[in-house]
Design a binder for this molecule. Structure first.
Ligand code: C2E
Ligand code: MG
Ligand code: MG
Ligand code: MG
Length: 281
């Protein structure tokens, strides 16, 4: 999980809790203070038109650099934040930060492009996503059409009526809704017609092997056809090679995101990219 430096208190509880639980607890204490200590930031990754290299959107990705333990991957701390409820203040911070940053870029004459934020199922479960977004848009002055919410298939499981209502409210405001990691969750295809979505994101696990593995290619192809049939936009994630780009292009997927076009970068670097307007390979 995380490199534990083994501080005070660690030994005291040792007999009572296993090492994993201890690491979790220590991490939680630190994450709890991360916002007030200004240890969180957003990085931004471009979404690029395959045809002309134009930056057509971006995804905001959360970064945590702890003074005590260094950088922690979201793959490690997001699940912790979800388990402890810390995802609520953190998730609100993410939405507000992305809105204020995008508005600041627009005020500086950069873009305009849409910024996508990741929202956890537990945030939807709490029922506050639409209100948090509404307030963030009002306070920042960002128009709703420049904000996109990425959600996963798990949002549509369980008490899906509540999630559906919040999604409808976001949509009515003018916010776009994107289904992240498509094909890796448990949702049924019926959800695609029931829930008000704008976009599907092809998961990177399918993109990774697209040119070498028939099954991944078939899933990517079917996803693209499904999106087209339902009049949804489609974006491929995790595009790292020219081969993957060209294969996706041959399937009709024209918006791509991945290391080939750019890694997630801090806001000042994204500003430089927005000033250029395009990625030239
Ligand atoms: P995700 O939303 O599916 O984001 C895509 C992940 O793939 C990011 O990892 C990104 O850095 C990485 N990636 C982008 N291009 C490539 C590529 O070409 N190759 C490879 N191998 N990876 C690529 P990251 O930033 O570590 O985030 C991991 C996950 O953590 C995200 O997956 C998302 O589920 C979650 N996450 C990140 N930020 C937030 C947030 O603000 N809120 C919530 N709730 N979850 C977040
Ligand atoms: Mg995402
Ligand atoms: Mg994803
Ligand atoms: Mg993911």
């Amino acid at each position: 999980l995380v490199k534990e430096s083994g501080r005070n208190g660690f030994r005291f509880f040792k007999g009572e809790m296993n090492a994993e639980a201890l690491r979790w607890l220590a991490l939680e204490t630190r994450l709890r203070r991360a916002i007030e200590r200004d240890e969180l930031s957003l990085h931004y990754q471009p979404q690029v038109s395959r045809l002309d290299g134009q930056v057509v959107g971006m995804e905001a990705l959360l970064r945590w650099r702890s003074d005590e333990i260094g950088s922690v991957s979201p793959a490690d701390f997001i699940p912790l934040a979800e388990d402890t409820g810390l995802i609520h203040p953190i998730g609100e911070w993410v939405i507000r930060q992305a809105c204020f940053q995008n508005k600041a870029w627009q005020n500086a004459g950069l873009g305009p492009v849409r910024v996508a934020v990741n929202v956890s199922a537990s945030q939807f479960k709490a029922g506050s996503v639409a209100q948090v977004v509404r307030t963030a848009l009002q306070d920042s002055g960002l128009e709703a059409r420049w904000l996109e919410v990425e959600l996963t298939e798990s949002v549509m499981l369980g008490d899906s009526a509540a999630a559906e209502a919040q999604m409808a409210e976001l949509r009515a405001m003018g916010v776009s809704l994107s289904l992240d990691d498509f094909g890796t969750g448990y949702s049924s295809l019926g959800y695609l017609s029931r829930f008000p979505l704008d976009k599907l994101k092809i998961d990177q696990t399918f993109v990774r092997n697209i040119a070498t593995e028939q099954r991944s290619a078939a899933i990517a192809q079917a996803t693209i056809a499904l999106a087209q049939g339902l009049s949804l936009a489609v974006v491929a994630e995790g595009v790292e090679t020219v081969g993957q780009r060209d294969f996706l292009g041959s399937l009709g997927c024209d918006v791509l995101q991945g290391y080939l076009y750019g890694r997630p970068v801090p806001a000042f670097e994204m500003a430089q990219l927005l000033a250029k307007g395009r990625v030239i390979l």
